[in-house]
Write a new protein. Structure first.
Length: 144
């Protein structure tokens, strides 16, 4: 088991796009497609958009399953950092830290953040002032 670094997200070069979804399984798709489209629309390749969708899907599903958001709302943010890389941030209602479980492929769960870490340049989280937290990652892709 590996701890994930605690840090606020990097500053934004372009403001933040925000989507709020109901914390419900049928909304995960809405969130991941929104993130993938945002990345593609901001000058990244279709492959980078697909990776962003996978990352968003894992983070949103975690907010739903582990993030104490039942019956509430999950906020998703997308923006460019100062190096013009895409940042994806997902907010939930729980103070419990996310963690990267082992790389035991036979395990039933614990794959999500392991994969996100492989796909991302940076993965971190930080507690929010009013409670809850944000889990965020900087994607590896450079803009075309
Ligand atoms: N948003 C979160 N809030 C609280 N705990 C989390 C959050 N995200 C992940 N965790 C914790 O970190 C562990 C690892 O997360 P990860 O996404 O890798 O695996 P999983 O969600 O258990 O299974 P999988 O994603 O493979 O279906 C989780 O089992 C959970 O204990
Ligand atoms: Mg998961």
């Amino acid at each position: 088991m590996k701890r994930i670094r605690i840090a606020p997200p990097p500053p934004s070069a372009n403001g933040r796009a925000i989507l709020k979804i109901d914390a419900a399984p049928d909304q995960v798709r809405t969130g991941r497609v929104w993130v993938g489209d945002w990345v593609y629309d901001h000058g990244f390749t279709a492959d980078a958009g697909a990776v962003a969708e996978m990352v968003a899907s894992e983070l949103i599903t975690n907010a739903l399953r582990h993030g104490g958001t039942a019956g509430g709302v999950i906020e998703i943010r997308a923006f460019l950092d100062l190096g013009r890389r895409a940042v994806v941030e997902v907010l939930d209602a729980s103070d419990r830290p996310p963690r990267v479980l082992g790389d035991d492929l036979s395990g039933e769960g614990g794959r999500g953040l392991f994969l996100v870490r492989l796909a991302a340049r940076e993965l971190a989280w930080h507690p929010l002032k009013g409670g809850g937290k944000a889990v965020w990652c900087v994607l590896d892709a450079e803009r075309e």
